[in-house]
Design a protein around this ligand. Structure first.
Ligand code: AMP
Length: 115
């Protein structure tokens, strides 16, 4: 685990956060600065810095981020109305925490294109 990775510390329980979903491979918790009525982050327990660091061995793990998102959307009551999943890659796209995470946003209309 990288010494200064915020999300690794959350996975390890060093920073207390309530998980809204957890499995053997991923956990999910509410974003500290929510951009929508529902704003949950789904992250792998394993440290992977960016999408650019993914390998074919991670394909099942990445799929599990999405199946977690689906379950969270149902639990949050936003599945039918619709929700957005976003994973930013590197600073130019707005990534600020370098441990991959899938944003799950819903509960309000979403605009397109994103900013
Ligand atoms: P990104 O900008 O795509 O890297 O997203 C990082 C997200 O992590 C932002 O939406 C932050 O609000 C969120 N965040 C940062 N620190 C925490 C924390 N301690 N608990 C929950 N969410 C956090």
């Amino acid at each position: 685990m990288p010494i200064d990775c915020l999300f690794c510390k959350i996975v390890a329980g060093e920073i207390p956060v309530e998980f809204v979903y957890e499995s053997d491979t991923v956990v999910a918790f509410r974003d500290i600065n929510p951009q929508a009525p529902t704003h949950v982050l789904v992250i792998p327990r394993e440290h992977i810095s960016t999408i650019n660091d993914l390998s074919v061995e991670d394909e099942v793990l990445v799929g599990s981020l999405y199946t977690a998102a689906r379950e969270i959307a149902v639990a949050e009551g936003i599945a039918d109305a619709g929700y957005r999943t976003v994973m930013n890659c590197n600073e130019g796209a707005g990534q600020s925490v370098f441990h991959i995470h899938l944003h799950v946003l819903g509960g309000r209309p979403m605009n397109w294109p994103p900013g």
